[in-house]
Design a protein around this ligand. Structure first.
Ligand code: BTN
Length: 258
């Protein structure tokens, strides 16, 4: 795990290093990013040095068609580690956002790229709002941090909250270990079957009404869980169950973001 003071984007840093034969399993963590990227071409605010900006290089042997499931594996690992380290009720908003109390605390951006030999590799980038204490007005309703949530549930919070910090290094190292174990379970079978029960236990949208924003037409239904390929199973009003593939659509709660 390499720690940098600053980089443009840890995903880009991994791609540069992948081109120089960096090994499977390399993590790059930065204190801040100058061009942090989110999904769907959005940027990821990365100036706060109390947060974690980290990316992992994977050189998988499974077919690239299975690669989108790695994002779900990472979501499971991140949510589990947050729960273990902080006791916070971190949940997964399918496929890969982590939320606490309905607000987003982690974003994951997985990218597929090719090396000069034509082999594919994956870059799995994770942004965790760890110690950030305030957010721009436009996202105060939808974003939070581990520390903000931790302080809000701590009863003896009168003293010391101004200087309270969550240990980023410990969090990063726990995540590395946890992901290694979850990824091994995934690779053994090449799908989510071994991790499905743990993933569904943390699924914020399970048994909830969701709206599926499918470019071919939006619809609503009840999210039942995931199948072995990591697709979200949504039961429509007429009873049929659709398997929603993460790459094509996004899913919202009926009454809000989750
Ligand atoms: C999202 O849109 O929810 C995904 C955000 C992913 C942000 C992380 S921060 C570390 C890595 N480097 C980036 O530029 N993006 C990812």
């Amino acid at each position: 795990m390499i720690w940098l003071r600053e980089t443009d984007s840890t995903n880009e840093e991994i791609k540069r290093r992948a081109g120089e034969d960096a090994p499977d399993g390399l993590w790059v963590v930065a204190d801040r990013q100058t061009r942090g990227r989110g999904r769907r071409g959005r940027s990821w605010e990365s100036a706060n040095e109390g947060n974690l900006y980290m990316s992992l290089l994977l050189r998988p042997v499974f077919p690239k068609e299975s690669a989108s499931m790695v994002t779900l594996v990472m979501a499971l690992s991140v949510a589990s580690v947050i729960r273990e380290m902080t006791g916070l009720d971190a949940k997964i908003k399918w496929p890969n956002d982590i939320v606490i109390g309905g607000k987003k605390v982690v974003g994951i951006l997985t990218e597929l790229a090719f090396d000069e030999q034509g082999s594919y590799y994956l870059v799995c980038g994770v942004g965790i709002n760890v110690n950030q204490r305030s957010f721009p007005v436009e996202i105060t309703e939808t974003a939070t941090s581990l520390l903000t949530e931790y302080i809000s549930i701590t009863t003896e919070k009168a003293e010391g909250t101004e200087t309270a910090r969550i240990d980023r290094k410990q969090l990063a190292e726990c995540l590395r270990e946890r992901f290694k174990a979850d990824y091994a379970s995934f690779c053994k079978v090449g799908n989510m079957s071994e991790l499905k029960a743990s993933y569904e236990a943390l699924l914020a949208n399970k048994d909830a009404y969701v709206r599926v924003l499918d470019p071919k037409g939006e619809y609503e239904g009840i999210a039942l869980g995931i199948n072995n390929d990591g697709e979200l199973l949504v039961q429509k009003a007429e009873g049929c169950v659709e398997a929603v593939y993460a790459g094509e659509v996004s899913v919202r709660g009926i009454y809000g973001y989750v």
